[in-house]
Design a protein around this ligand. Structure first.
Ligand code: SF4
Length: 503
């Protein structure tokens, strides 16, 4: 039995299995929940069959993500027979959106916890286990009550961190905003994440400092529309540009990134901050969603294609080497072939570094589902999606090819995915390596992965101990998604050494 909250609960093995789908916000929420549960004595397991506590952190943006969670829940229908004290919880956007429906569709679920009630999870797990009853904690609406509740939830959680849940131990997310007030007609986020709220700069600066002290080198500031950030503190208005300046000189931090941007709020002061602050990534993710004015109007995106073009031209003028990426939705209600072609034109014109392309999926609770039929057949959506992806890949590959011969400062993230897979396969073949042993990273050169300041992925051979450092990489080959290179070695008198390794 565990300490703290769990003392009053029946026996359980303290093993927590958590599965996270969706965006970086969800990854951060899971990190915060796990950190809090670790304080109660829980430890993580990657085997769902081994866990007495199971949490699903969910996403509602697409139908597919929800189906996946419901089918995972279906597979756990009888698991309480073997583990009578097991608690199964659903948290996040789907919990906020579906509420009671989750209990109806999966009666073996014990907890449903919305995005604004995460701090209650340890208590709710404890209660569900000891009283064997269902627990639901969700925001009732977007009004002032839920605003305060959501804000207090994320304030009380954000300083607690769990490095094992991060992409790497030296990369961390920091939430600077929650919620969204833009109400795009296809999107559930304003309902599931509540009203737009910005965190005070002093709290963010404190958190970044704490993370740096824990060894974090790269911080990504998160917000649904991160460049809409706006807070008045001690009589001074802080925009995102001011916030970047405030945290820029935090000792130990090498890179600052921010996602996701809203085109209308891409102001000149922000572009100047990206230009002038050397630690800020020269990378802007600014979703266009469509290249057709009629569709943008249906989406209620709040800008025209002309305005997006004007914004993109300002980025190119002020930050000529910055990478810009985008999101597009294909098959939005009413999207004709002509309007879809206009999206392709915008991609050709802007030459995005990459685009995330999604097929429109009608979401309950949105305006679009009430106003229009989902009138673009699935096979047309699929064809448009594939074609658009081909076009984007073609552009990405051409632009990457132009970088062959250049040298970039790369923040090394660690061993590349393919090298990891190869190592795992080798370990399985090797009868002398005990399975389940935590293998030491290889000491010799292996394929590493990192990112340039403009967020391009680079692979190169090097020592895994370079992870978390900056290295200078010369590019000699590429694909649409990846640059391939090698560490620049400088000759100096009688010896050679690799440059630069900043620790
Ligand atoms: S800006 Fe639009 S798409 Fe983005 S989170 Fe807000 S409502 Fe959703």
């Amino acid at each position: 039995m565990l300490d703290g909250h769990a003392m009053s609960a029946p026996e359980h093995n303290g093993k927590l299995y958590i599965e996270t789908v969706g965006c970086q916000m969800n990854m951060l929420d899971s990190e915060l929940v796990v950190a809090e549960l670790r304080k109660q004595g829980f430890s993580l397991t990657s085997d769902v069959k081994d866990a007495d506590t199971i949490l699903f952190n969910t996403c509602s943006v697409r139908d597919h993500a929800e189906h996946k969670i419901y089918s995972q829940l279906g597979r756990l229908k009888f698991s309480k027979r073997a583990r009578p004290n097991q608690v199964i919880g659903v948290m996040g956007c789907m919990a906020q959106k579906d509420q009671e429906l989750i209990f109806n569709r999966a009666p073996h679920v014990d907890l449903v916890v919305g995005t604004g009630q995460l701090k209650e999870i340890p208590r709710l797990i404890d209660e569900a286990r000891s009283e064997r009853g269902r627990r639901m904690a969700v925001s009732l609406d977007r009004k002032e009550g839920s605003r305060a509740e959501v804000a207090s939830s994320f304030e009380s959680y954000d300083p607690a961190r769990d490095p094992t849940m991060r992409p790497t131990p030296f990369q961390a997310f920091v939430r600077i905003m929650i919620g969204c007030d833009k109400f795009c007609t296809y999107c559930v986020v304003p309902m599931t994440r509540g009203p737009e709220q910005s965190r005070p700069p002093r709290e963010i600066a404190h958190e970044v400092k704490l993370l740096a002290q824990q060894g974090v080198k790269e911080v990504t500031l998160l917000g649904q529309t991160v460049n809409s950030y706006k807070v008045t503190q001690d009589g001074k208005l802080f925009r995102l540009s001011d916030l970047l300046e405030l945290i820029h000189d935090t000792a130990g931090i090498l890179r600052l990134k921010f996602v996701t941007n809203y085109p209308r709020d891409m102001t000149d002061d922000l572009l100047q901050a990206v230009r002038d602050l050397p630690k800020v990534a020269q990378y802007l993710h600014v979703p266009a969603q469509s290249g057709c004015d009629e569709i943008l109007k249906r989406m209620k995106r709040g800008y025209t294609v002309g305005e997006y073009r004007e914004m993109h031209a300002r980025i190119r003028e002020k930050l000529p080497t910055a990478a810009v990426s985008s999101d597009f939705i294909v098959g939005m209600c009413g999207e004709t072939d002509e309007s879809y072609q206009k999206s392709l034109d915008l991609i050709r014109e802007c030459r995005f570094k990459n685009s995330f392309i999604f097929k429109y999926s009608p979401r309950p609770g949105t305006k679009a589902i009430d106003l229009w039929d989902d009138d673009v057949p699935e096979e047309i959506k699929r064809r448009r999606n594939n074609e658009m992806l081909d076009l984007q890949n073609h552009i990405s590959e051409e632009d990457n090819a132009n970088l062959i011969g250049s040298t970039f400062e790369v923040l090394v993230e660690g061993i590349s995915k393919s090298a990891r897979k190869a190592q795992a396969a080798e370990a399985l073949d090797d009868s002398f390596v005990p399975q389940n042993s935590e293998a030491e990273p290889a000491a010799g050169p292996t394929q590493l992965v990192g990112r340039t300041r403009c967020d391009r992925i680079v692979v190169f051979d090097g020592n895994p101990r370079l992870a978390g450092n900056l290295a200078e990489i010369a590019i000699h080959d590429c694909s649409a998604t990846t640059l391939m290179g090698s560490i620049v070695t400088h000759e100096s008198e009688h010896r050679s050494y690799s440059l630069p390794v900043v620790s």
